[in-house]
Ligand binder design. Structure first.
Ligand code: DAH
Length: 343
């Protein structure tokens, strides 16, 4: 019986190592170690042996059983990983390729026209020494109104319909909140721009959206005047529209600037002669701006006797609409691929 055991072991090990398929190995396992297997039969017949023989043969049988089980597992996993490597070699596909004959299946995405304009403006201002700052979309009433010289019950609050949260905060109605956060963070002199998304509780039409984009700007230094403001604005517009742009200032009221202005540009569509876009006036209202109100400087922790500054709020949607002749602001958030693919 001993010899028979060793023979089973040697033969089985040989077979295992020369087998090339997991199914074959499984067959070997069943044949040798299965319920009616060769080795199992020996283990079952131990009862017929003498006490001494039984313990010796039993021990050896169990050793062999363990050795075979080990060999089977090892060979199975060898064959398994070989099969996987073979699959990887023979069946790999290049997922980045278009299928034959198609050119647009994997069309590349691109940056939204508003973001394109935003990045462009950030670059223009960076080149003039402005730092780009960020601010939160859900904002404290303090930053959005109070510190901008718009106290509670001030009628100017009515100009900006607001989404309030239940705990008394709000979705910022303008990027001007970034002015205050910027002043708190920086020591004058400084120049900052703050692009971002803003929200108004408004019904929408071709020129009103509840969600739109602005770029806020602020420059604080000694003896800042309207001349500095006009120069920087003209510089910006020349870069954006790639031509010299004529501007004019009209008085405009915003509680956080004094004096406050509406900056108009000479209509780029008709060259100032008068057309549908400029409503025959030759001028298009483009951006509000002004010299920072002393109260606002104080709220920002800056001494208005030492420092002065200008600020402006640029409507990004408006600018993109002007550049491309887009006539309805609602296109921007419509998600309409036909609209977006044009840029
Ligand atoms: N925050 C104003 C708005 O959204 C725009 C604005 C006006 C910003 C004058 C300014 C400014 O910085 O000086 O209506």
């Amino acid at each position: 019986m001993k010899e028979e055991l060793e023979k089973i072991k040697d033969n089985t090990l040989k077979e295992i190592s020369s087998s090339a398929a997991i199914d074959d190995i499984e067959a070997i396992r069943v044949r040798v170690l299965g319920r009616k297997g060769e080795l199992t039969a020996i283990l079952r017949s131990l009862g017929k042996l003498s006490h001494e023989e039984r313990s010796e043969t039993g021990k050896r049988s169990n050793e062999i059983k363990a050795e075979l089980e080990d060999a089977i597992e090892k060979r199975k996993s060898e064959l398994g990983s070989a099969a996987i490597s073979k699959l990887i070699q023979s069946e790999w596909i290049d997922l980045t390729l278009n299928s034959p004959g198609s050119t647009s299946l994997r069309a590349h995405g691109h940056i939204h026209p508003i973001s394109q304009m935003q990045y462009e403006i950030e670059d223009i201002f960076s080149s003039m020494g402005f730092e780009v700052l960020d601010g939160p979309e859900p904002e404290l009433e303090y930053y959005n109104f109070e510190a901008l010289n718009i106290p509670k019950h001030h009628p100017a609050r009515d100009m900006q319909d607001t989404f309030w949260t239940e705990d008394g905060n709000l979705l910022r109605t303008h990027t001007s909140a970034i002015q205050i956060r910027g002043m708190e963070k920086k020591e004058p002199p400084f120049r900052i721009v703050g692009p971002g998304r803003v929200f108004r509780y408004e019904s929408t039409d071709a020129s009103h959206e509840n969600t739109f984009y602005q770029v806020e700007g602020m420059m604080i230094d000694k003896n800042i005047s309207v001349a500095n403001l006009i120069f920087v604005m003209k510089e910006l517009l020349r870069e954006v529209f790639r031509q010299d742009v004529k501007v004019r200032l009209r008085p405009g009221y915003f509680p956080f600037v004094e004096p406050g202005f509406e900056l108009d540009i000479s209509c780029l569509i008709c060259g100032g002669k008068g057309c549908g876009v400029c409503k025959q006036s030759g001028w298009v209202e483009l951006l509000p701006c002004g010299l920072v109100h002393p109260n606002v400087l104080k709220f920002g922790g800056i001494d208005p006797d030492k420092w002065s500054g200008f600020a402006f709020g640029l409507g990004l949607n408006r600018l993109v609409m002007m550049r491309y002749g887009i006539t309805d602001i609602r296109h921007f958030l419509s998600g309409d691929i036909r609209f977006l693919n044009q840029f």
